[in-house]
Design a protein around this ligand. Structure first.
Ligand code: ADP
Length: 374
């Protein structure tokens, strides 16, 4: 057993400890001390290095000197609320160096309080994360560019189909109108027969409206659209009338017998349409070479939620692939055909709707399920 330390010895010891701790921190981190008003009282070399200001230029100033104008006012008022209440604040900050360049730091601010609980000084400990941030930003830019490219490609592919889809009912309307004209001019048709012709024209125009709505849904960015109550069944039918050409051409049967138009859900319509286009597109790609080709869509009202399910005639997805399909950039499709973003973006959208999207492993066929709260 060593002998007991005297009070003085202990004080010296704890000061030495504090010194060593500060030295260790000085080596590894960017350190700033400020007084209770945020006026800088101490900076280490690393802070001078990254901010490109000299110690003399920094001492006596506030952090306004290195403010990058990147963060909102609310961001800083939250920071101040936190630390002046004696709590530790942690976050990522973008700062501006003396030469006008920007840098990012992960920051921990620790308040030191007096005995009455009032802050007397703050210590900010920072790590340079500029490079990490750059990589993150590049990845995000790439994602956006890729998604845009994919959207444009699928629009291009579908535009031809859409022209065809619109051409058919247009020709039918034109034919019907001529027939109607004849019916009226001959004076022999009953008003019932005439009304039937009008009914057909009305149906055809509705179909065209749906196709155009589907086209619009796919091409526009609906991320900031308001949430609205819409019939999911009608949404499904809009998407199908748009995608139908590609399905028919490949002899894919579509079963919508379990789509209930009366079921409504509070959602961002365009976003849900985009998910449906993606699910139906994925199903089509998966089964196009099969002898048995069908897609079944269900819109069901279950006790606690609304279920939208898209099942195709494929026999499920192998476990090792199924684990990855929701990850961004995972695709098994040839280059130029898929970006691997469809399902990951669908998941983001559904989570924003407080719902879930998953592959139904219990189904004998490939079945994707979306649940949305009522
Ligand atoms: P992409 O369609 O661009 O590949 P997705 O995120 O939409 O991106 O899909 C990721 C992968 O999930 C696809 O490449 C495919 O391997 C798999 N997948 C999705 N839907 C199906 C399906 N219905 N049948 C089989 N595999 C599917």
């Amino acid at each position: 057993m060593g002998k007991q330390m005297s009070v003085e010895e202990r004080l010296i010891r704890s000061e030495k400890d504090a010194d060593e701790l500060r030295r260790a921190l000085d080596q590894s981190s960017i350190i700033v001390f400020t007084d209770a008003n945020g006026v800088i009282t101490y900076v280490n070399d690393k802070f001078c290095e990254i901010s490109k200001y000299s110690r003399e230029e920094l001492i006596g100033k506030t952090h306004r000197l290195i403010n990058s104008a990147h963060h909102h006012k609310e961001f800083f008022s939250n920071l101040w609320r936190t630390i002046s209440a004696g709590k530790v604040w942690k976050g990522e900050l973008k700062n501006k160096a003396k030469d006008g360049t920007f840098y990012w730091v992960f920051t921990t601010i620790v308040p030191f309080m007096d005995s009455s609980g009032k802050p007397i000084q703050y210590v900010a400990i920072r790590t340079d994360i500029t490079e990490l941030k750059q990589i993150e930003e590049q990845a995000q830019d790439q994602r956006v560019a890729l998604l845009h490219a994919e959207k444009m490609a699928s629009l291009g592919e579908l535009a031809a189909g859409t022209a065809h889809e619109l051409g058919n009912p247009l020709a039918a309307i034109s034919g019907r109108m001529e027939f109607l004209e004849m019916q009226i001019l001959s004076g022999k048709s009953t008003s019932e027969e005439i009304l039937r012709s009008i009914g057909t024209v009305k149906e055809l125009t509705e179909r065209m409206t749906r196709i155009i709505r589907g086209m619009r849904a796919l091409s526009r960015d609906g991320t900031h659209d308001p949430f609205q109550k819409v019939s999911v069944g009608l949404l499904v039918k809009d998407v199908l009338s748009f995608a139908n050409e590609g399905l028919q051409k490949n002899n894919i049967l579509v079963d919508v017998s379990e789509v209930d138009d009366r079921i409504e859900v509070n959602c961002q319509e365009t976003q849900i349409s985009q998910i449906l286009v993606n699910l139906v597109g994925n199903a089509r790609d998966a089964i196009v070479g099969f002898s048995e080709k069908w897609i079944k869509i269900q819109v069901l009202d279950q006790d606690s939620c609304i279920v939208i399910a898209v099942t195709d005639s494929g026999k499920g997805i192998p476990q090792e692939i199924a684990e990855k399909i929701l990850l961004p950039f995972f695709t098994t499709k040839p280059a130029g055909k898929g970006s691997g973003l469809g399902l990951s973006i669908s998941r983001t959208i559904i989570e924003k709707h407080n719902g879930q999207i998953y592959l139904d492993q219990a189904s004998p066929n490939t079945r994707f399920v979306i649940t949305l709260p009522k």
